[in-house]
Design a protein. Sequence first.
Length: 277
Amino acid sequence: MRIIRRARFKYYEEKSMRINSFKVALAALLLSTSSAAYSVTQVDIELQLLLDISGSIDSSEYDLQLLGYQAAFESDNVQNAIINGSEGQIAVQLIMWSGPNQQSVMIDWTLVDSAASADTLAADIAAIARPFSGWTAIGEAIEYAYPLFEDNGFEGFDQIMDISGDGTNNSGVAPGIASDNAIADGVDTINGIVITTNQNVVDQYLDDVVNGETPFLLAPGNFDDFQTSIENKIIAEISGTSPTGAITVPEPGTLGLFAIPAVFMCFRKRTIKEKKS
């Protein structure tokens, strides 16, 4: 009888040990999975590029936009600015937009941390086929884009949205409402690039689109000057300055301190924001 009891005791003891071992292994697995799920890569900036491909952008202008971004990321100046930043790397996402229901992520969040990775991004941009064409819904593009900063796997000193276009909003939610929503949600800065000399377009971007901490607007005027503007813009955003020739907008609360200078240098706060849980 004692032998049977000892055998039963040993059986349950070994069973208990196996169960405990399983629990420990499971806990370790869950912990590692949880840690991996919340791990992020630190970068200088999270840069979101929003390209206007509405009906006013013809095929040659579409190609020039892509060539502008391709050449910018291939340039030594931009690559050196990325590599020599505080973290030595940035994250980039590219979105194309047009009408109220026409927005698409063409290149999802990508780490650029070397000349080779910048060249790869440039090649990917050059290979994008135009997905659609339609109305000009600037506000809808912003509403679509800003939630995509959330849980993107990167943590930057700044979240920056760049919107390029050649026309005023003619469909969908008002750009000013969308722009304010994006800033309220945690986007640091919305910068603009208008590829036109039309003052109405410039005014709308200044009044309703650019927003946040030390935003600026570039107005190259034509697609031929677009490449240089893009290159200067990316370098300035990494370094936390405004590019030469940019029209800058004072942050709220500082408007009374300035007259209306066309261009002045601004500096941003380099603080790491906490992601929303």
